[in-house]
Design a binder for this molecule. Structure first.
Ligand code: CA
Length: 222
């Protein structure tokens, strides 16, 4: 079974289309459509993890293609390729329902990186669940699970602490903040360090990152 994310590329340029499809082929299962109508039909006919749509397309232009998909309720992430890099042009693309855009000429590595980010967020945890690196935390059941089926049960305090960090993955929290947000009244700041230690012991050291002199931040558990 092919586990690569499925990407529909809609690009009419006879050289660029096959070239991009080939370059992305290492990471993605790419299908190429060469005009807007064909793109729309394919986009609706199958499930995709992401769409890459050229803005200037024959038969149905890229903006209209994205608008029609959104009007039909399709939520698949769309990256728009555009030859115009002006601000109004980008705004127009995003307003039409695209999630990201890339200005031509673009670097194939950058396109691949953006698609990885888009397909990652497409696979985001179910409602209520929080991403902890590549794991998920379900605060309701206090269970952490990996995509490989590993499960770790957490105590109420461990789960509360990790949930606070996971809700704002980029933010560094001080001990005082974590104490106020995740612990019962009356605990001392040392309790934060103790529970960080418990969480690392139950999962891995990388689950929480120490930011020296400041506090803690969600780590990159893989
Ligand atoms: Ca074109």
């Amino acid at each position: 079974m092919d586990l690569r994310p499925r990407v529909l590329l809609v690009e009419d340029d006879r050289q660029l289309g096959p070239l991009v499809a080939e370059l992305l082929g290492t990471d993605f299962a790419v299908t190429l459509a060469s005009d807007g109508r064909e793109g729309l039909e394919l986009a609706l006919a199958r499930e995709w993890d992401a769409l890459v749509v050229d803005r200037g397309l024959p038969r149905l232009d890229g903006l209209r293609l994205v608008q029609s998909l959104r009007a039909k309720g399709l939520a698949t992430p769309v990256l728009l390729l555009t030859a115009l890099g002006t601000v109004p042009d980008k705004v127009e693309g995003l307003d039409a329902g695209a999630d990201d855009y890339l200005v031509k000429p673009f670097d194939a590595d950058e396109l691949a990186a953006r698609l990885r980010a888009m397909t990652r967020s497409y696979a985001l945890p179910e409602r209520g669940r929080l991403a902890v690196g590549e794991w998920e935390l379900d605060p309701a059941s206090r269970v952490m699970s990996s995509r490989y089926g590993d499960r770790v049960e957490l105590s109420g305090t461990e789960s509360a602490l990790l949930a606070v960090l996971a809700r704002e993955p980029g933010r560094v929290f001080s001990r005082a903040e974590l104490l106020a947000l995740a612990f019962d009244a009356g605990e001392t700041p040392g309790a934060v360090d103790t529970y960080v230690h418990y969480l690392r012991k139950k999962t891995d050291k990388s689950v929480i990152r120490t930011v020296h002199g400041v506090g803690y931040q969600l780590g990159e558990l893989s």
